[in-house]
Design a protein around this ligand. Sequence first.
Ligand SMILES: Cc1cc2nc3c(=O)[nH]c(=O)nc-3n(C[C@H](O)[C@H](O)[C@H](O)COP(=O)(O)O)c2cc1C
Length: 160
Amino acid sequence: MSVTIVYGSDGGCTKKIASRIASKINGRVLDIKKAQVSDFEDCSLLILGCPTYGDGDLQTDWDERLELLEEADLNGKTVALFGTGDQENYPGSFVDAIGTLYDIVVEKGANVVGLTDVEGYDFTGSTAVRDGRFVGLALDEDNQSSQTNARITTWLAQLM
Ligand SMILES: Cc1cc2nc3c(=O)[nH]c(=O)nc-3n(C[C@H](O)[C@H](O)[C@H](O)COP(=O)(O)O)c2cc1C
């Protein structure tokens, strides 16, 4: 299985997570700043990672290059999403970027895998939650970094 992980990161946290995921599953990791449309298409599993900024916004590079994802042929493609956020300081928009990417890829016909439970988090609102579950892997390096490794391992086992 060929896996491509496309991430965006301001502070380096999501970059670090993307590399960690890539090393565990022998995936190819790519900054959204360098991605091309074909990078989203030429893999059997596409993993997208984005931190949330502002008040529920996509990270800047993702926001500026979103048309690449929108141009890609994702019909029938298996896609998994992860996001970093801060549930303590932004409880009402926790990992919203996952929800934004989810809507785009679903609209384009992708099959999203890797939904996760909301238990163990403490927040008030998130567009990444649909029918009571996160539509991807939610990570909080600001408040729950000790749980990150286990969350990644469980999630990857689910994906693979
Ligand atoms: C100005 C600012 C706004 C943020 N807004 C949100 C937010 O709305 N929701 C959220 O879950 N996290 C929010 N965060 C937290 C970041 O998403 C989190 O720190 C993330 O790990 C940063 O990833 P990066 O280091 O890859 O850029 C915000 C952080 C900053 C500095």
